[in-house]
Design a protein around this ligand. Structure first.
Ligand code: CP
Length: 359
């Protein structure tokens, strides 16, 4: 029988003071697969918690906890910020890289596994769930079919079978952790988000990059009432369902969403300019055609003339960035650039998220 003084404490405090940890069960498991996981109110709480985490720097809320991050694609910021966040909160973080540390995985159920996949996601996810308290997964698919890739089968299979929370570290459709760091960065600069003008601008890039950062930020910004302009060339439309949800968000929050197909009109009046190269869903199955179309799109680059068209906009980019292709050095290193604040905020957001999920 516990003394009353213990039973009236929050469960987390009790577990910390008592010096032991219980693993989360399926009943309390909550995944973060999309930015849509959070309501507007929850997002505002997360932003506030992130700001407190920034002031706090270290703590013990994750003492005795282990987080495993599975990377099927490369990363610098996500990997390091999650590892530092876990360690600074007293926990332990494992990074596993698919290329040389994981078996080839099968995400589909009821298949005869006589191909190259050596292990089913069901077995990997259930096994890892016996060891760790949360799983992060980065998996960006680029097969020849947008309809197949947008199903994010590997990520969703992990979420289905893991009995601990699964966090999306960037997928084909979403990059929720990046979007929360982006919105924190915008809020730190503009204070009030409602009605503020954010332009998400497509930029040139030699490779087709992921759509996740733009999808997730589009979702979060419209949910919090921002007036969003999406500027991209024809053929580089974002995912239809994601844009449809953003329109609904904007209608509900009193925000706005307009789409333009020339960079100049997208820049006019912008208070925040978010540059990002993303791959074409239209030419997803035909990368050669996409490369050909892009030959005439080199002018989709952010330079000082582009910045001059904005309302003294903050310049944002999730990184990594191709300097002088996506944006010029003078913009990236200029007085309105907040690219390193965005990167730093990844650390504080990961702390807030892990505290929210495991604390
Ligand atoms: N922005 C971002 O997710 O960076 P990494 O790819 O380096 O993790």
């Amino acid at each position: 029988m516990l003394p009353d003084i213990f039973t009236c404490w929050h469960d987390t405090e009790f577990r910390i003071i008592a010096g032991f940890r219980t693993k989360h069960t399926a009943l309390t498991k909550r995944d973060v697969l999309t930015a849509a996981t959070f309501s507007a109110g929850e997002l505002e709480n997360l932003i506030e918690l992130t700001e407190r985490m920034k002031e706090m720097r270290s703590g013990q809320v994750l003492a005795g906890r282990t987080v495993a991050l599975l990377f099927f694609d490369r990363s610098l910021r996500t990997r390091v910020s999650f590892e530092c966040a876990t360690v600074q909160l007293g926990g332990h973080c494992l990074n596993l890289f698919a290329e040389n540390e994981l078996y080839g995985l099968e995400p589909e159920d009821r298949v005869v596994m006589d191909g190259s996949a050596e292990e089913h996601v069901k077995d990997a996810a259930r096994t890892l769930s016996r060891y760790v308290d949360a799983l992060g997964v980065r998996a960006l698919d680029r097969s020849r079919s947008w309809e197949v890739d947008r199903q994010e089968r590997l990520l969703h299979a992990y979420a289905k079978y893991a009995t601990v929370p699964v966090i999306n570290l960037e997928s084909t459709l979403e990059h929720p952790c990046q979007a929360i760091a982006d919105i924190v960065t915008i809020k730190q600069n503009l204070i009030d988000l409602k009605g503020r003008k954010l332009t998400l601008a497509w930029t040139d890039h030699p490779d087709p990059k992921g759509l996740g950062p733009c999808h997730s930020l589009l979702h979060v910004a419209t949910m919090l009432g921002m007036d969003v302009t999406l500027a991209h060339p024809l053929g580089f439309e974002l995912d239809e369902e994601t844009v449809g949800q953003a329109r609904t968000n904007a209608a509900d929050s009193g925000g706005g969403l307009r789409i333009v197909n020339d960079l100049e009109s997208g820049l006019d009046g912008a208070e925040v300019l978010y540059a990002r190269a993303w791959g074409s869903t239209k030419y997803w199955s035909d990368p050669e055609r996409e490369a050909m179309v892009k030959r005439s799109l080199h002018s989709w680059r952010i330079d000082e003339a582009a910045m001059a068209r904005t309302a003294n906009a903050l310049f944002m980019h999730p990184l990594p960035v191709r300097r002088n292709v996506v944006a010029t050095d003078s913009v990236l290193d200029g007085p309105r650039s907040v690219i390193y604040d965005q990167a730093e905020n990844r650390l504080h957001v990961q702390k807030a998220l892990l505290t929210h999920l495991l604390g």
